[in-house]
Design a protein around this ligand. Structure first.
Ligand code: NAD
Length: 260
């Protein structure tokens, strides 16, 4: 008689998600997807009005969501917001580091250093600060999860994008390092690397250019809808995802797989 296959839960009901960059794109979709599954969601963004609007959308559908103004380049504000969230919700089970912005720049541009510092702060330093701030609360959860949003720019590089590319490669490295440090506590840490997604970050690219790029570069020949990224984030947070950690996962419509 073989041992029975154990049942692993696929429910996030009642769990608390703390999310950065929740007002738009992948963050907004993630907030909705978790709330639909019964999670309670703490939505932070530098765009406070935007985060409030998403919280109101979720509340209108019967979900539980609160909005918080947070600029992730402000380390003290990260600490304060995490404490506020933990008090409001009675704990934190999931941290999703998603906030981001991008600015292309040439290597010899006079403001290169400023853009470099800003990109590293928003996209990389903020991740470790949010993780360290949330750790005392994640440690009291019995299914703690951290998901960092990187990019396919964590594997290769687009021209004039060195600060963003360096930051996203850094997110991949940080994810592995955190997974190693936190593994003995059962806290999983993974990174998702979206390919092209139609969000606030990409909506200004003319539609024709977007379509041409997606057709030439992705296997699926299209941009992702943000909800397709959100579902991968949810999958990594399920109790059943308990053995996935330190993974840097492309969710890119087959962009990295495709050579021609
Ligand atoms: P988006 O512009 O729709 O959303 C980003 C959110 O982050 C916005 O609500 C914005 O207000 C917020 N934000 C920006 N700076 C902030 C700060 N300093 N503090 C707090 N919040 C801040 O873009 P998106 O595509 O949904 O971006 C989400 C993440 O996905 C980013 O980390 C981005 O780098 C990554 N990503 C996006 C794509 C894509 O094609 N859209 C591809 C790969 C990776």
């Amino acid at each position: 008689m073989k041992a029975e296959v154990p049942h692993l839960s696929r429910s996030v009901e009642g769990r608390v998600l703390f999310l950065t960059g929740a007002a738009s794109g992948i963050g907004r979709a993630t907030a909705h997807v978790f709330a639909r599954e019964g999670a309670r969601v703490a939505l932070s963004d530098i765009d406070e009005e935007g985060a409030r609007a998403v919280a109101a959308e979720i509340a209108a559908k019967g979900g539980e969501a609160h909005a918080y103004a947070l600029d992730v380049t402000d380390g003290d504000a990260i600490l304060d917001t995490v404490e506020l969230v933990a008090t409001d919700f009675g704990g934190i089970d999931y941290l999703v580091n998603n906030a981001g912005a991008a600015r292309l720049t040439a290597l010899d541009a006079p403001d290169f250093d400023d853009i470099w510092d800003w990109q590293i702060n928003v996209l990389l330093t903020a991740h470790q600060r949010a993780v360290r701030a949330a750790l005392p609360h994640l440690r009291t959860s019995n299914a703690a999860r951290i998901v960092n949003i990187a990019s396919t720019e964590a594997f290769g590089a687009t021209a004039r994008n060195s600060a963003y590319v360096a930051a996203k490669h850094g997110v991949a490295g940080l994810t592995k390092a955190l997974a190693v440090d936190l593994g003995k506590e059962g806290i999983t840490v993974n990174a998702i690397c979206p390919g092209p997604v139609l969000t606030g970050l990409t909506e200004k690219i003319p539609e024709n250019d977007r379509n041409t790029f997606a057709h030439r570069r992705t296997a699926l020949r299209r941009y992702a809808d943000p909800v397709e990224i959100a579902h991968m984030i949810l999958s990594l947070c399920l109790p059943a995802a308990s053995y996935v950690t330190g993974a840097v996962i492309p969710v890119d419509g087959g962009m990295i797989a495709r050579n021609a």
